[in-house]
Design a protein around this ligand. Sequence first.
Ligand SMILES: Nc1nc2c(ncn2[C@@H]2O[C@H](COP(=O)(O)OP(=O)(O)OP(=O)(O)O)[C@@H](O)[C@H]2O)c(=O)[nH]1
Ligand SMILES: [Mg+2]
Length: 288
Amino acid sequence: MEQLGIKIFGLGDGGARALNKMLAAGVGKGKRVDFISVGNDENIMLTSSTRKNIFLNRDITTLYKNFADALQGARLVFIVTGLGSNAARVAVPIITSCAKNIGAVIVAFTCRPSVLENVVRKANADYTLKNLRGKVDTLFTLPAEKLFVFRIKQAQVSLNELFDVADDIFCRGVKIFLDMLTDSDESLVLFKWGNATFGYGSATNALDAVKAAVNFPTLAVDDLPHASIVLLRLTSGKSLKLGAIGAATDFIKARLKSDAEIFSQEDIDPALGDKVFASIIFSREATT
Ligand SMILES: Nc1nc2c(ncn2[C@@H]2O[C@H](COP(=O)(O)OP(=O)(O)OP(=O)(O)O)[C@@H](O)[C@H]2O)c(=O)[nH]1
Ligand SMILES: [Mg+2]
């Protein structure tokens, strides 16, 4: 069967850096993936190791053509960006419209500007969020403030260090999604979550890995009880016992409302050795 075409767009400097991380981590290896960074700054774009670049300082007709060309053959499109980005402001409406024209599924991983950032970035963020809502199949918005939790033990945290955390999370998120993809169009149904959130964690047993995923710092504690659909994935070095899977699933079920649906998938990755990696994705209401 032919592999599904996947395009991963990194918008602005932040997006370009997140793509570099994905490439370095081997995300998408063995799949038909194109990495495309989009921005105004040719210097940064040229030094990035991403395979394709789209520069935004072109007239709008040329831009539409550049994006439509880059999207050729796409069934699944990822957009990775800081919401405050100038590049996102321009590129998001074009990408969503071109991708919809060819019926591709769109998943966006975004980060809200932190309180430390300026008003232009905040205005960009509002504008871009409006252009993503309802136009993409899945929307993750990571609040920058929550990233501080990852580096709480350091006295001084620079913005760059926080972005590095965001890039790691985006990198993981895209990988988790790509791992769910089989080469049939039907598996694309797993990529339609609306407003969504995700978490992950690992431990030496399934239950503790799930606990770590549920306590992932960017998740809102009170999100899980509002979720209507939850997907739990357990990846382990060795095949898991049914009892271990049951305990992990029950831990999540106990936190859900009674009519919520929960799906679980198990996968083996010998590289994990004695470890279990858990990831959860769930739909959430659009409160923000
Ligand atoms: N994930 C991530 N986000 C970043 C990084 N640098 C900045 N950001 C965030 O992304 C937002 C947009 O910044 P850039 O990615 O630099 O956007 P840009 O399109 O280059 O736009 P300008 O720099 O404003 O011209 C900022 O508001 C930050 O919140 C980064 O390295 N990684
Ligand atoms: Mg920039």
